[in-house]
Design a protein around this ligand. Structure first.
Ligand SMILES: NC(=O)c1ccc[n+]([C@@H]2O[C@H](COP(=O)([O-])OP(=O)(O)OC[C@H]3O[C@@H](n4cnc5c(N)ncnc54)[C@H](OP(=O)(O)O)[C@@H]3O)[C@@H](O)[C@H]2O)c1
Length: 319
């Protein structure tokens, strides 16, 4: 079969022949229709993700671990569960039958491939407990996931949405999406702390944090009172680390800022099904638009290195 193949740590996938997957007991053969390429996929290839080990050990290998495809009977499914060296950037994948679930009608494969970032944005409700009228701060809102989070926050009835990014043009585009205020994080520390305070209004109720690192460290400093005070709670949902894998958190900040920190997977087991259904309903009704850019598998080298996608998810489709 044809596949995108990486031959060394940090290599760029190349379009070439690869041995067909063998379908084992309890597995099904999926003909791949669409695969979203996300930061996590690039980090696994680069060897910087905590789950990189099995991929790196199996090189040469095919990147990406989930996708949308068709079963032999024509059913469109979302699937995962490939085992390196096999991945989903290929014509075919053999996966456990238990790891293939039907995609609801009315959703095209490229959009279905990108659904997961919208579903994960629902963590502002499932993990952060967002209720209508509350103020949401989205850290890293100019990215693919952040823009979807802006749309999801609006659909969930957020009262005010404040968004951060590093590029003024991209931040202006967010205003068109319904953001009430924007903060450029590419300023010096004191100015950024001031900006977080200035735009907080009555306080941020929920923070959806795709950044961590320096911007979130400065946000925490902005939330920390400088005299004895009874701060409002701010529920920060940690979902990404585009600005850094760690930050310094002082004891007094946690004691006094009202900050409550949750992982995005909080309440996932009980909230996932409803979150999924809500996103599917919004996509089918046209209320939620997921912007994707599709490119054929044969152009994977060019696709993998694109930097001009401006908040749209790259989705690889068959030739
Ligand atoms: N757990 C989940 O379910 C889930 C789902 C989706 C995403 N994520 C994670 O969330 C993060 C964002 O994903 P994405 O797909 O939206 O990525 P993306 O499209 O690359 O967007 C990254 C965002 O972070 C900003 N950024 C990047 N580096 C930065 C830095 N050094 N300092 C400050 N801001 C920086 C970008 O600003 P510019 O626009 O200026 O580049 C953009 O707003 C990633 O860590 C990803 O793995 C997690």
């Amino acid at each position: 079969m044809k596949a995108a193949v990486v031959d060394r740590v940090g290599g760029i996938p190349r379009y070439q022949d690869f041995r067909d997957p063998e379908v084992g007991e309890g597995e099904v053969l999926v003909t791949v229709e669409a695969v979203a390429v996300e930061n996590v996929d690039k980090a696994i290839v680069a060897g910087t993700h905590y789950t990189s080990g099995p991929f790196q050990a199996a090189l040469p290998a095919i990147p990406c671990f989930d996708g949308i495809g068709r079963l032999p009977d024509g059913t469109l499914v979302g699937f995962g569960g490939v085992t390196p060296p096999y991945g989903t950037l290929a014509q075919y994948a053999a996966v456990p039958a238990t790891h293939a679930a039907p995609i609801p009608e009315g959703i095209e494969p490229p959009v279905a491939a990108a659904l997961s970032s919208a579903i994960s944005a629902m963590c502002m409700r499932t993990a952060g407990g967002l209720v209508e009228g509350e103020t949401v701060l989205i850290q890293g809102a100019t990215g693919v996931a952040g823009r979807l989070a802006v749309k999801v926050a609006r659909l969930l009835g957020a009262g005010r949405i404040v968004a951060t990014g590093r590029d003024d043009d991209a931040l202006r585009e967010l205003t068109d999406l319904g953001v009430d205020a924007v903060i450029n994080t590419a300023v010096d520390d004191a100015d950024l702390i001031e900006a977080y305070r200035e735009h907080a209004g009555d306080g941020y109720d929920v923070v959806v944090d795709y950044l961590w690192g320096r911007p979130t460290e400065l946000l925490v400093r902005a939330l920390t009172p400088e005299s004895f005070a009874m701060p409002k709670p701010t529920r920060l949902v940690q979902i990404g680390e585009s600005a850094g894998a760690s930050l310094q958190l002082s004891a007094d900040a946690l004691r006094t800022s009202g900050l409550e920190i949750f992982g995005a997977s909080r309440n996932l087991a009980t909230g996932m099904a409803a979150a999924y259904q809500q996103i599917v309903d919004w996509v089918r009704s046209g209320e939620l638009v997921i912007d994707v850019v599709t490119m054929p598998l044969s152009r994977i080298e060019e696709a993998w290195t694109r930097t001009d996608l401006r908040g749209k998810r790259l989705v690889i489709v068959p030739d």
